[in-house]
Design a protein around this ligand. Structure first.
Ligand SMILES: Nc1ncnc2c1ncn2[C@@H]1O[C@H](COP(=O)(O)OP(=O)(O)O)[C@@H](O)[C@H]1O
Ligand SMILES: CC(=O)OP(=O)(O)O
Ligand SMILES: [Mg+2]
Length: 396
């Protein structure tokens, strides 16, 4: 039976899943980490078990070879599951890409051209595409863009109030990210509530390492917190989110920090990590519970920012059916869910303590019976969404 291989490339790692098309079963999943370092790390998981190795991996091509070797050694056999397509997560699609796109030389040139808007992400995504083309020369490659779902943002939401012609020339506007996740979760929410997506107004909170909010109106993204790059908006593991841009002028004048250093500061040494020394929410929460004041403040800043976006997006939507938590923190952290929405009873938002604490798999309601707005946890599945869109792109 045929399958889609989904590849999510980061700068020094990639994650993959082999998904059977008809049943949407995950036949295998894995990750290849520490590419280019002295010791690499590969983990391959199938329904039969898990295998790990620490052999060095020079580059993404070697990483691909390591993944193929894992399929060869531990299965499933790619001969029994011939690939219909390889689906790649590509972070920045600019204004150009509205939907999943079969990769051609021209598409690759466009992705490369957009690297200046996403220097941390797009080059790695391209390396993944190159490696997959070498490994599977006769299989179509499909690019699925994080930005595509946000192409429906109205001009008032995507325009920054700066010199209009300069912004146009330099492609400066809000693009938004995590679109594959927001789209999947909005659809899964409509299914769970058993209501047509076209009638629903929801706020989706994707709280992972990177974090973003999206207001979804009738299945269309109408507002989102990430901007020209994935730096704007919520407080993240290592990214600052919203910041007065004058902070950068000030730091440059006072300390001589240049652009490269400032970029590194805001993308890699800020957020929870910058405030508390810990970038993982589990560690921040543990430290805060043990009385660490910096960790408690980091948590409060994180929650305060979420609460502000919920209020703002509620106002933009005018009416609200559901608030949906998803991704690593959103799915697994009841404290963040309860505290970020605490005090919003006046807006018709009431989280039920017992429902919120109850462990569960799949979509579930955590609001009270009387809450006017449903509060839900809906697990995201970017890989499945990429597989579905990749299949649609080659089939159609
Ligand atoms: N099982 C879990 N329990 C509690 N927190 C979790 C769990 N899994 C992930 N997280 C939190 O989610 C964050 C990472 O989110 P995730 O969506 O996995 O990241 P990524 O953006 O890298 O895909 C971390 O801050 C971590 O604390
Ligand atoms: C776009 C983005 O921020 O992605 P991630 O959350 O994977 O870092
Ligand atoms: Mg994730």
């Amino acid at each position: 039976m045929s399958a889609i291989l989904v590849v999510n490339s980061g700068s020094s790692s990639f994650k993959y899943q082999l998904i059977e098309i008809e049943t949407e079963q995950v036949l295998a999943s894995g990750l290849v980490e520490r590419i280019g370092e002295d010791a690499g790390h590969t983990k391959h998981t199938t329904p039969d078990g898990s295998w790990e190795s620490d052999d060095p991996i020079a580059d993404h091509t070697a990483g691909f070879a390591a993944m193929l070797a894992a399929f060869g050694d531990h299965g499933p056999s790619l001969d029994e599951h011939p690939l219909t397509a390889v689906g790649h997560r590509v972070v920045h699609g600019g204004k150009r890409f509205h939907e999943a796109t079969v990769v051609t030389d021209l598409v690759k040139i466009n992705i490369e051209d957009l690297s200046e808007l996403a220097p941390l992400h797009n080059p790695a995504n391209l390396a993944g595409i190159d490696a997959a083309q070498k490994a599977f020369p006769s299989v179509p490659q499909v690019a699925v863009f994080d930005t595509a779902f946000h192409q429906t943002l109205p001009p008032a939401a995507y325009t920054y109030a700066i010199d209009a012609s300069l912004a146009e020339r330099q492609r400066i506007r809000r693009y938004g990210f995590h679109g594959t996740s927001h789209k999947y979760v909005a659809g899964a929410t409509a299914e769970y509530l058993d209501r047509p997506l076209s009638s629903l107004k929801t706020i989706v909170l994707h709280l992972g390492n990177g974090a973003s909010v999206c207001a979804v109106d009738g299945g269309r993204s109408v507002e989102t917190s990430m901007g020209m790059t994935p730096l704007e908006g919520l407080v993240m593991g290592t990214r600052s989110g919203d910041l007065d841009p004058a902070v950068l002028f000030h730091l440059n004048r006072k300390t001589g920090m240049g652009f490269a250093e400032l970029d590194e500061l805001l993308n890699r040494r800020s957020g929870l990590l910058g405030l508390s020394g810990k970038g993982d929410m589990r560690d921040v929460q543990k430290a805060a519970a043990a009385g660490d004041e910096a960790a408690e403040l980091a948590l409060e800043v994180y929650l305060h920012r979420i609460r502000g976006y919920v209020g703002a997006y509620y106002a933009q939507l005018g009416r609200l059916d559901a608030i949906v938590f998803t991704a690593g923190v959103g799915e697994n952290n009841p404290l963040v869910r309860a505290r970020s929405l605490a005090g919003l009873e006046g807006l018709g938002i009431e989280v039920d303590a017992a429902r919120n604490e109850a462990r569960g798999l799949g979509a579930r309601t955590i609001s009270t019976e009387s809450s006017r707005v449903a509060v839900l946890v809906v697990p995201t599945n970017e890989e499945l969404e990429i597989a579905r869109q990749s299949f649609a792109a080659v089939a159609g």
